[in-house]
Each structure stands twice: as C-alpha cells, then as structure tokens.
Design a protein around this ligand. Structure first.
Ligand code: ADP
Ligand code: NI
Length: 215
C-alpha cells in the first residue's frame, strides 16, 4: 500500500481516538505535532514516513485515554498489524510510541533519529503560548487550582506522584514545562524552544506580579 494511504488511515484512526479529548491531547495537538515533526524531520534528514506515522499515533496509547499504557500499546499494535506495513517500520513505530512519554521517564533514551524528532515535536507543543493554554485546560480537566502559594512545586516525583499528586497549573510549569528545553535532542528543536521558553518565563513573571498586585 502507498505510504500516503497508510498515513491517511492512521490519521483517521488517531482522530477517532482523540476527538473530543479534554486533557490537552485532542486531535489538534496531534496535528501540531505532525506539522512540527515534518519540519524537524526535514532538517535532521530523518525518514519522513516513520516520523509522520509515529507522530500521528504517538498519543493513541496514552494512559489518560486507556485503561493502562499496556492496553493502549496493544491497541496501536493491533491497528498496525492490520495494515500492510513493513515489519521493521511497525516495530520502529511501536518502539517510539512506547518510549515517547514524559511519564515514561524524562530522560529515557530514544534509540533513533526518527524517535528523537517525534519526541522533540511533542515536547515543543508543551513549550510556549499553546503550552500555556494546554496546561490550564488540563488543570481544569483535573479540577486543579490555577495557583496556590501554599503548595510549592515539587522537584523530585515518582511517576505516580507526577500523575496523581496534588499540584496546580502554575506548579506544572516548574515541575515539567521549564525543564523541557534542556531535554530536547535536536538542534532545530532547541533553537525553536529558546524563544518559546522565554515567552513562558515572561508569562510567569507577569503572573506573579499580578498575583501580588504589583502591576
Ligand atoms: P506526555 O504526553 O509527554 O507524557 P503529559 O501527558 O504529562 O505529557 O502532558 C502533556 C501536557 O498536558 C503537558 O505539556 C501540559 O500542558 C499538560 N499537563 C500534564 N500534566 C499536567 C498537570 N499536572 N497540570 C497541568 N497541565 C498538565
Ligand atoms: Ni503528545
């Protein structure tokens, strides 16, 4: 089957999984990650088919939308097995999806350039103006407050604490978003992140000033 047909079907599959998702992992997140993955892929000389397929499917197995991460991975695997895709591409894409998440460990190594491209594209969507919006949407979805000066950001957390511990939208910037810039793999993504990171820092500075009635 033509690569383009497979990508179209992957988009349909991912769209059906993500449509209406309320935690910031909605279909437009996937579209942004695909666009950024294309850009990084071209700059890094990675395989465009693997990058785009993995970008489309990267959050289908997310634990927030599945009974468990394992159940999510099985769902992706079954879908891939139903397509006429070379087995090596299938296992490559599975490998990327299984290791991509921040929840899987922020420094979990990514074996291939295609994996690094897709992970950077995903991480860039968590840095900058859109990331700010996603963070408040997520906090609202979880019922977390915007900010609580009595609740300092955590510096070390287990996966369970990261997912289910007490936190606020503003704390999430310190617990994750401001750390992402230093975890990117590719030079292109690092360059894009600079400006976006500064935008978040300025936003936080302004937030705290307004909170204290200073501006
Ligand atoms: P990944 O899919 O890389 O594991 P997450 O699902 O943890 O990442 O986070 C994706 C996005 O959801 C984050 O970039 C952030 O915008 C939002 N998010 C995740 N956890 C929180 C949280 N505790 N508070 C606010 N926003 C969050
Ligand atoms: Ni994602």
């Amino acid at each position: 089957m033509e690569h383009n047909d497979i990508l179209e079907r992957a988009a349909e599959f991912a769209k059906s999984v993500h449509d209406g998702e309320g935690s910031g992992h909605d279909w437009p997140h996937i579209e942004r990650v695909v666009r950024m993955a294309r850009r990084l892929c071209a700059d890094e000389g990675a395989d465009p088919f693997v990058c785009e397929l993995a970008a489309l499917l990267h959050d289908v197995a997310d634990e927030k939308m599945n009974p468990s991460k394992e159940a999510g991975l099985t769902k992706v695997e079954q879908w891939l097995n139903g397509q006429s895709i070379e087995p090596s591409v299938r296992s490559h894409v599975m490998d990327i999806i299984a290791t991509i998440s921040f929840g899987a460990g922020p420094t979990a190594p990514m074996r291939t350039i295609e994996g690094r491209v897709v992970r950077d594209a995903d991480r860039l969507d968590a840095i900058g103006a859109i990331a700010i919006a996603r963070t408040f949407v997520y906090a609202g979805w979880r019922g977390h407050p915007i900010y609580d000066p009595e609740l300092p950001p955590r510096s070390e957390m287990t996966r369970e604490q990261y997912r289910n511990g007490q936190t606020t939208a503003i704390n999430h910037f310190y617990e994750k978003l401001l750390r992402l810039k230093g975890l990117l793999h590719t030079d292109t993504a690092r360059a894009i992140a600079e400006d976006r990171h500064r935008f978040m820092e300025n936003y936080l500075e302004r937030f705290h000033k307004e909170w204290n009635g200073e501006v």
